[in-house]
Design a protein around this ligand. Structure first.
Ligand code: ACO
Length: 375
């Protein structure tokens, strides 16, 4: 019996705070015309003080889950693909697991920069197809605004914050993830990196003074690499799925730069009407850009059941990859008020549970400490 992994739920979350190109003109020596003509970006969302990668991830996950018949306790795996985690550890996925009340889920973060969502979706789908899992929650979430040097006009105009989530579920019905290619080239790691904060350059006054905890990028080299791999990865994934480019209805590329997307489209001779692009409103949200773009395409009725989609991305590492997904779900499912209320209640219970567990751990520590002192 063949098993397939279908996307059964989806959701996105972006901060309310909008930073326009005109706002950026007040911060660095740049202008709206330069940013639009070189990148296609008009504005991006920036997380408020109380918003974090995990809070955006949680918001997107809640929405994705509410499209399905699953309760948080049914979720078996949570992967958060991110380049801007809440902490080095614990994993952002564990914070989401706790806040969601996903008591039976394994949880880990996946680090493949902007390609992370494609990698994560493939890993989760293969676990489902192999029979080791029945479902998984895959999230791409970022607060890159916290890792940007706001004095560097080469990078600070590019990035934005947000999150997108998919629920994957097993089924015998053919469709869902059809193929994937995952690639990397570590020799180009220095082209796009956050140099300090790891074991090579632990945090010191100097690393902070030299801005080494922020994104450093060789834009021209990354651009050349990206235009090369986007088209080739798309062709490879389509080929691996046993399909032809003519069979593809829509391509959802990582939103890094409109010129990169246009060059990739030319490389595979695909009209821009078949490419999803929303970079003008969000900038580069790294791992979140593809799920956010898909959520918006669904809202706009651009994706129908039976459509073949290509998700294609590149990023730091260097990494790149593409996957083919046969969309099998109806466009948007109405969510009943009852179901919304029930989910709110489940979330409240998750918070209470988390609080209770922390309290219990403290009490246990207190009692344990007292009894071990007695010995
Ligand atoms: N405003 C005005 N001028 C600027 C700005 C700005 N924001 N940024 C750079 N410039 C200047 C440069 O200083 C340079 O001036 P100079 O010629 O006097 O030195 C000039 O504009 C041209 O600079 P280039 O780097 O050649 O500009 P380019 O056309 O290559 O565009 C860009 C730069 C937009 C960064 C482009 O190279 C790019 O998009 N690269 C890919 C980046 C990318 O996708 N990164 C994300 C990867 S995903 C991830 O893993 C996080």
């Amino acid at each position: 019996m063949m098993r397939y992994a279908h996307v059964t739920g989806w959701g996105m979350a972006v901060p309310e705070n909008v930073l326009t190109n005109h706002d950026l003109e007040q911060i660095v020596d740049t202008n709206d015309e330069w940013i639009i003509s070189r990148t296609g970006i008009k504005e991006r969302r920036i997380a408020a003080k109380d918003e974090t990668t995990s809070s955006l991830a949680l918001d997107a996950a809640r929405r994705a889950l509410s499209q399905t018949d699953l309760n948080p306790g049914d979720i078996q795996l949570i992967i958060v693909a991110t380049a801007s985690p809440d902490f080095i550890f614990p994993a952002t996925a564990c914070l989401v697991q706790d806040q969601l009340g996903a008591v039976n889920a394994g949880a880990f973060d996946l680090s493949a920069a902007c390609t992370g969502f494609v990698y994560a979706l493939n890993m989760a789908a293969q676990s489902i197809r192999s029979g080791s899992l029945d479902n998984a929650l895959v999230i791409g979430a970022e607060t890159l605004s916290r890792f940007v040097n706001w004095e560097d006009r080469n990078t600070c105009v590019l990035f934005g914050d947000g999150a997108g989530a998919f629920v994957l579920q097993a089924s015998e019905k053919p469709g869902g993830l059809l193929s994937c290619v995952m690639r990397s080239d570590g020799s180009g790691g220095d082209l796009l990196s956050v140099p300090a904060g790891g074991s090579v350059l632990p945090a010191t006054h100097e690393t902070v003074d030299q801005n080494l905890h922020t994104i450093q990028m060789n834009g021209r080299e990354v651009f050349r690499f990206a235009t090369r791999v986007m088209a080739s990865a798309t062709k490879e994934a389509v080929d691996k799925a046993g399909l032809k480019l003519e069979d593809i209805n829509l391509i959802i590329p990582h939103q890094a730069n409109s010129r990169i997307i246009e060059a990739a489209a030319r490389g595979i001779r695909m009209p821009m009407t078949q490419i999803v692009m929303n970079i003008e409103r969000y900038g580069n949200t790294s791992t979140a850009s593809i799920p956010i773009a898909i959520c918006e395409a669904l809202e706009d009725n651009r994706i129908k059941p039976g459509d073949n989609l290509v998700l294609v991305a590149f990023g730091g590492g260097l990494t790149w990859g593409a996957l083919v997904l046969e969309w099998t779900e109806p466009e948007i499912r109405p969510i009943s008020i009852w179901s919304r209320r029930r989910r709110k209640l489940l979330l409240l219970l998750a918070r209470l549970r988390s609080f209770g567990l922390r309290l219990l751990r403290k009490l246990e520590g207190f009692i344990w400490g007292a009894s071990s002192q007695e010995e």
